[in-house]
Design a protein. Structure first.
Lengths: 301, 341
C-alpha cells in the first residue's frame, strides 16, 4: 500500500461556489499529515470527501485504495473525528464505548477502556457534561479503538485551550506510533501542526497551494533578502512564493531545489509557519510553480 | 445498531408506553361497566315499550364527552407520533452533528437508517394499534348508540379498526422524510403536522367516497325512517328520510319528485293542504300525510357508502397509506445514499 489518499482533479461545488477545485494529491502512508489553511479554505470539504460524507462534483478520490464510505469494510479502515468532536450528549462515556463495540467489528475494547482510564474520564458521566477537551478525547478514543488504518481528524483541537491542545496532540502522536496509523488532521493554526506533522498540505481559496514532506519543504524553501531588485530576474528553477519590498530592500521567499549561489542575497532558513504564511499570503499564485508562473510585485504585508 | 437505536429511543418509548398503559387501565376499568349498562338498558327497553331509540339517545348523551375524548386520542395519536418520533429521528442527529460520528463507524448509512426506521416504525405501529384496539373495544356500546356518528362516517371510521396503524406509519415516515429535507427539528415538525393534517382532511373529502361506487337507493318516506318534517310559512312541506342502513356514510340525500328531479320542498298541492285532507291535522300522526306524499310520487334518494363496506374500506385505506409509507421510506434511502452531511 503506497498512498492513503489519492485525489485526481477533485472538486466540490455548492451551488455556484466551488469549495474545492482541481485538487490532485497523493499522500503516502504512515505519515502524520497536516492540512492547513485559513477558515473557509476547503479543509473540511476535502476531509468530508475523503470520508465519503460528501460526494465529489468532479474528479475522483480513493482512500486506502477504495471509494470512501463504499461499504462496511471501507468504513472500518478509516476513522474520522469530525469538526467539533460530535458525541451523543445524552449518552454516557460507557455508552459511547458500547456504541463503538457494537458498530465496529475490529473494536479494541481493552484499548478503549485503557485510554478512558488514563484520561480520567468517568464512564458513567454523560458526554454532554464533559468539557470540550474531554469530549474531543472521547471522540478520538472512538476513532482509535476502531483500529483504523487511517485516522482523519477535522480541527480536533480548535475548541481546546493550549494545555489541552498539547495533551491531545501528545496522545494522538503516541497512538500513531503505537498503532502504526496514518493520520490526516486539519487546523487553521500552523503551531498546532508544527510539532505533530511530517507531511503538510496548504489549502487556500479552495486550492492546494503546496503539498509535501515537511523536511523537504523546509529544505527547498528559503528567505532571500538583499538590496531592492526585480524578482523576475531570478535564475531558472527559483520560484517566488512571496515578495516584499521596502524602499531599499527586497525580501523574497522562494522555492528551489538547487543551492543558491548569488552572493547579493542573504539566505536564511524558514520556519514552517513562515512557509505556510508565505503561501497563504499569495492568493493568486498558482499551486504549481511551473505553470502560469507570474511573480507578484505588489507589496506584501 | 439495534442497541443504539433502542438506547436513543427508550425514553420516548417509555413515556408513550406509560401514557398508553394509563389510558388502557382507565378504559379497562370502566369498559365492562359501560357494556353492562348498555346490554341491560337495551334488554329493558325491548321488553317494555319496544322502542329503544330513547334509551340509545340518553345513553349516548351521558357518555358523549368521554366518547369524543377517546376518539380524539385515536385521531391525534398518529399525528403526535409523526411529530415527536418521526421528525426528530434524523434532524436530531443532523443538528447535533452526531450523524458524522455514527456514519463513520463500520456500518453503512443505509443500514443505520434501515434499523432506525424498522425499529421505531414497529414501535409506532404497535402504539397506534394498541391505542386503537382498546378504544375500539371500550367504545363499542357507545358507537352502537351514537345515531349521529355512523361507523362509516368521517369521525368514527378513522378512529377505529386498523386504519390508525397505517395513519401512524405514514405520519412517522412523513416526519422522517420532511426532517431529512428540512434538516431542522422545529420546522420539520411544523411542516409534518401541516402536511399530515392536509392528507387526513383530503382523504374523507376526496378519496374515501370513491373507494367504491357509492350505493344509491330511493326509498319511500315513512314514519319509521323519517328524519325531518316541517311546513314553512309558505305552506310548503319539507321532508327528509334516513337511509335504511344506520351505519352508512350518507354522501348526499334529497327528496325527488315523481319524475326523479331533486326538489327542495314539495310544491303545494290540493291534497297536501294544511286546511283539509290527510295533512290537515298532524296531531293525529304523520302517517296519512306521508302516505299521500308517497302517493304523489315523492321519494327520498340517498347516496351512501353502506356499512357492509366497513372492513373492505378499512383495508383499502390501510393499503393506500402503506403504499405511501413505503414510497416515503424508499425516498429516504435514496436521499441518504446521496450526499447528506
Amino acid at each position: 500500500m503506497s498512498a492513503v489518499i489519492q485525489a485526481q482533479g477533485l472538486g466540490k461545488r455548492y451551488g455556484q461556489r466551488w469549495a474545492l477545485t482541481d485538487c490532485t494529491l497523493d499522500i503516502p502512508a504512515r505519515r502524520v499529515v497536516g492540512l492547513v489553511g485559513p477558515n473557509g479554505a476547503g479543509k473540511t470539504t476535502l476531509l468530508n470527501l475523503a470520508t465519503g460524507m460528501l460526494a465529489p462534483t468532479s474528479g475522483s478520490i480513493r482512500v486506502l485504495g477504495g471509494r470512501p464510505a463504499e461499504g462496511p469494510a471501507q468504513l472500518a479502515k478509516v476513522g474520522f473525528v469530525a469538526q467539533d468532536s460530535p458525541t451523543y450528549a445524552g449518552l454516557s462515556v460507557a455508552d459511547h464505548l458500547k456504541l463503538g463495540a457494537r458498530l465496529n467489528p475490529g473494536w479494541d475494547a481493552a484499548l478503549a477502556r485503557e485510554r478512558i482510564g488514563r484520561l480520567g474520564l468517568d464512564p458513567a458521566r454523560r458526554a454532554g457534561k464533559l468539557s470540550g477537551g474531554q469530549r474531543a478525547q472521547l471522540a478520538l478514543t472512538l476513532g482509535i479503538a476502531k483500529r483504523p488504518q487511517l485516522l482523519i481528524l477535522d480541527e480536533p483541537v480548535a475548541a481546546l485551550d493550549p494545555l489541552a491542545r498539547r495533551e491531545f496532540l501528545q496522545g494522538l502522536m503516541e497512538a500513531t506510533v503505537e498503532h502504526q496509523l496514518s493520520v490526516v488532521l486539519s487546523s487553521h493554526l500552523v503551531a498546532d501542526l508544527e510539532r505533530a506533522c511530517d507531511y503538510l498540505i496548504v489549502l487556500v481559496d479552495s486550492r492546494v497551494r503546496v503539498a509535501g514532506e515537511v523536511e523537504e519543504l523546509l529544505a527547498t524553501h528559503h528567505r532571500l533578502s538583499g538590496a531592492r531588485r526585480d524578482p523576475t530576474r531570478l535564475p531558472a528553477g527559483q520560484h517566488v512564493i512571496s515578495a516584499s519590498h521596502t524602499d531599499r530592500q527586497t525580501t523574497l521567499i522562494i522555492r528551489t531545489d538547487a543551492p543558491i549561489h548569488d552572493p547579493a542575497w542573504t539566505v536564511s532558513r524558514l520556519s514552517l509557519e513562515d512557509l505556510v504564511l508565505a503561501y497563504m499570503g499569495t492568493p493568486n499564485h498558482p499551486a504549481n510553480p511551473g505553470r502560469n508562473h507570474r511573480p507578484t510585485l505588489e507589496v506584501q504585508r | 445498531m439495534i442497541w443504539l437505536t433502542w438506547r436513543q429511543f427508550r425514553a420516548a418509548a417509555a413515556m408513550t408506553a406509560a401514557a398508553l398503559a394509563a389510558l388502557a387501565a382507565i378504559l379497562a376499568l370502566t369498559g365492562p361497566g359501560l357494556a353492562h349498562d348498555y346490554t341491560t338498558g337495551i334488554a329493558a327497553c325491548t321488553t317494555h315499550s319496544g322502542s329503544c331509540s330513547d334509551f340509545a339517545r340518553r345513553f349516548f348523551d351521558h357518555h358523549q364527552g368521554s366518547f369524543l375524548a377517546v376518539s380524539a386520542v385515536v385521531l391525534l395519536l398518529p399525528a403526535l407520533i409523526g411529530l415527536f418520533w418521526g421528525a426528530p429521528l434524523i434532524t436530531r442527529e443532523l443538528e447535533a452533528g452526531t450523524h458524522r460520528l455514527v456514519w463513520n463507524q463500520s456500518i453503512t448509512r443505509s443500514r443505520w437508517l434501515a434499523v432506525k426506521l424498522a425499529l421505531t416504525g414497529l414501535a409506532v405501529m404497535t402504539a397506534a394499534g394498541l391505542g386503537s384496539l382498546v378504544v375500539t373495544w371500550w367504545s363499542s356500546p357507545i358507537d352502537k348508540a351514537a345515531q349521529n356518528f355512523p361507523k362509516m362516517g368521517p369521525l368514527l371510521f378513522p378512529a377505529r379498526g386498523v386504519v390508525p396503524v397505517a395513519y401512524a406509519a405514514l405520519a412517522f415516515a412523513l416526519g422522517v422524510t420532511v426532517g431529512m429535507l428540512v434538516r431542522r427539528t422545529l420546522p420539520a415538525m411544523a411542516i409534518t403536522l401541516a402536511v399530515f393534517v392536509a392528507v387526513q382532511v383530503a382523504m374523507p373529502l376526496l378519496v374515501r367516497p370513491h373507494l367504491a361506487p357509492p350505493t344509491r337507493s330511493t326509498v319511500q318516506i315513512t314514519e319509521a325512517n323519517l328524519e325531518d318534517f316541517s311546513r314553512g310559512p309558505d305552506r310548503r312541506i319539507r321532508v327528509s328520510a334516513k337511509a335504511a342502513d344506520t351505519g352508512a356514510w350518507v354522501l348526499s340525500s334529497h327528496t325527488v319528485d315523481a319524475s326523479g328531479h331533486a326538489i327542495d320542498t314539495i310544491p303545494p298541492s290540493p291534497s297536501l293542504s294544511p286546511s283539509a285532507g290527510p295533512c290537515a291535522s298532524l296531531e293525529r300522526g304523520l302517517s296519512p300525510c306521508l302516505a299521500e306524499i308517497a302517493r304523489l310520487g315523492y321519494r327520498q334518494q340517498v347516496t351512501y357508502q353502506p356499512s357492509s363496506r366497513y372492513w373492505p374500506f378499512q383495508w383499502y385505506e390501510t393499503g393506500i397509506y402503506t403504499a405511501l409509507t413505503v414510497g416515503l421510506a424508499g425516498f429516504c434511502f435514496w436521499r441518504i445514499r446521496r450526499s447528506l452531511s
